[in-house]
Design a protein around this ligand. Structure first.
Ligand SMILES: [Zn+2]
Length: 215
């Protein structure tokens, strides 16, 4: 089963995708990772992608699709995969469907993590990152045992300077505007499962599992 996991920045999508992948014993396929790997592997397609990344422009959809196709052909993806970070537009969703159809596969379900904008702002603003090892904490939800100090390596933790409220709200608005039509696209085909993303990571994970068991 090919699953698509969607959710706004700050909704914990990456974490949920990793848990789901472990739970279902299928790989998590993140387009960000695919692009970084492609750059390193020296293949033609990797070099082309690297050209766009180095120029600071978006990698074209057909290239990203080709990378996903190549990844899904690998043995560990035979039982399925969880797509994380793709598709973000209807055009990408249609191209993805076409590509999967060629391999006689399909997107079985799309899980969209729905979170209230104010809650996401609060989550991101409260985020504390260790400057030394990158561990992430949260002022309210997951404070370090010693204030200002990382539990893992005892490095200093602080909030990211680019996380200001206006910037977060703009990112969320962009996400919503871009992906609302994608959700409509999948809802029309009866593949969309909306999951309440409020509360703790464990609660959300349980809701995702419930949604998939009836999908
Ligand atoms: Zn640390």
């Amino acid at each position: 089963m090919i699953l698509v996991l969607m959710g706004p920045p700050g909704a914990g999508k990456g974490t949920q995708a990793a848990r789901l992948a472990a739970d279902m014993s299928i790989p998590q396929v993140s387009t960000g990772d695919l692009l970084r790997e492609a750059r390193r592997d020296g293949s033609d397609i990797g070099k082309r992608a690297a050209g766009y990344m180095d120029a600071g422009t978006l990698v074209p959809d057909d290239l990203v699709i080709a990378l996903i196709e190549r990844r899904l052909e690998q043995g560990d993806c035979k039982p399925g995969a969880i797509l994380d970070g793709f598709p973000r537009t209807v055009a990408q969703a249609i191209q993805l469907d076409d590509m999967l159809e060629r391999g006689q596969r399909q997107v079985g379900a799309v899980v969209s993590i729905m979170v209230n904008e104010d809650e996401i702002v609060e989550r991101i603003l409260g985020r504390l990152t260790c400057g030394q090892c990158g561990a992430v904490f949260h002022r309210l939800i997951k404070p370090p045992a010693v204030a200002g100090q990382c539990d893992v390596c005892e490095g200093g933790v602080s909030s990211r300077s680019d996380d200001n409220e206006d910037a977060i709200r703009t990112r969320l608005q962009t996400y919503t505007n871009q992906t609302a039509p994608v959700l409509d696209y999948y809802a029309g085909a009866g593949r969309l499962e909306k999951v309440d993303g409020t509360g703790g990571m464990d609660d959300v994970f349980e809701r995702i599992q419930d949604a998939l068991s009836v999908a």
